[in-house]
Design a protein around this ligand. Structure first.
Ligand code: DGY
Length: 326
């Protein structure tokens, strides 16, 4: 019997590819070529499954043009590249990779917060540029992290991981805002207090964004929200580009309306707003919050397990629209 045909849309670990090839006839992209949307559609012809990352857009137009497609397995916890209602309407299963990246991403959120608040990158560039000729009392004096107030916008699994690191590791006073409030047990475990968004913005010394990107969270942090923040505050975005209005943020950083920002995600990435590249008080990283070898392997394995689970055994592990399973 012939194997089901799938497309692996981006380069992946050779081990992941080898595993998928045991079950499927695989067209892969190990050269990691950037495919246009029409090219992605052309390559999906006759394929029942797609292994995607956050960079492939699965929308109504693509679905209409790819009638054989039955499942798209995203190697990411975020799935704003999927139009899930359109997928459900066409009975195409969507899966993502929750849990396996929670702690690693929370580690990175904290690392970015520390690097930003303590001006690590800015001072390193200064040293490398040969500008360090003598020590001085206020050289690269940043913001206190331990004992300060950590604000978290979006309190899912990763937000909770950051809260625990702040509360238990750094004695921070943790406040959060989320669409829904955590249970008392989870609030106690995170030592976190629920507040309104305005109080969060006004009170946090460090504000970390970990909410999903949706139409409702587009520009959740823009000029008006930044204006409410303390002038000494740090803003960290490890969620998705588009949640922050990057142009407004760049202006605010230039004008000193907040102290600093740490950004792992950008509107229209991999493009970065040119003004963000020129302000010194921002730490910029290329969407690497989940990037450890162990975690990326776990994400790839889970995405592969979802394809095998659905197409071979009829049981995907982490479906986003389980209603299509019937
Ligand atoms: C995720 O898993 O959503 C990360 O942002 C990697 O894309």
């Amino acid at each position: 019997m012939s194997k089901p045909r799938i497309l692996v849309a981006r380069a992946v670990f050779p081990q992941t590819l080898a595993r998928l090839e045991q079950h499927f006839e695989v067209e892969s992209n190990q050269a990691d070529a950037t495919w246009s949307q029409p090219e992605l559609i052309a390559r999906l012809q006759g394929k029942v499954g797609a292994f995607t990352t956050g960079t492939e857009r699965i929308d109504a137009t693509l679905l209409a043009a790819c009638p054989d497609l039955k499942v798209c397995a995203n190697m990411a916890v975020g799935f704003n590249n999927f139009d899930v209602p359109a997928m459900s309407a066409r009975k195409v299963l969507a899966t993502n990779t929750p849990d396996v990246l929670t702690e690693t991403t929370a580690d990175f959120g904290f690392a970015l917060l520390m690097a930003t608040a303590r001006r690590i990158c800015e001072s390193e560039h200064y040293l490398r540029a040969g500008q360090w000729t003598k020590w001085s009392y206020d050289m690269f004096a940043g913001a206190e992290v331990h004992g300060s107030t950590l604000g978290i916008l979006g309190m899912g699994r990763i937000g909770q991981g950051i809260a625990k690191r702040g509360a238990h590791g750094f004695g921070m006073n943790v406040i959060y805002h989320n669409r829904s409030r955590l249970t008392p047990e989870l609030e106690a475990a995170c030592k976190a207090r629920y507040v309104g968004k305005e109080e969060l913005l006004k009170t946090a010394d460090h504000l970390v964004l970990v909410l999903p990107y949706t139409a409702a969270s587009h520009h959740a942090i823009g000029a008006a929200e930044i204006a409410l923040m303390k002038p000494t505050a740090t803003l960290v975005n490890i969620a998705r580009g588009g949640i922050v209005d990057d142009a407004a943020l760049a202006q605010a950083l230039k004008a000193g309306r907040i102290a600093a920002a740490g950004l792992d995600v950008f509107e229209g990435e991999p493009k970065v707003h040119p003004d963000l590249l020129t302000v010194p008080n921002v730490v910029l990283t290329p969407h690497i919050a989940s990037a450890t070898v162990t975690t990326r392997r776990a994400m790839a394995d889970l995405a592969a397990d979802n394809l095998i689970g659905f197409l071979v055994d009829g049981k995907p592990l982490t479906p986003l629209n389980p209603e299509v399973l019937g």
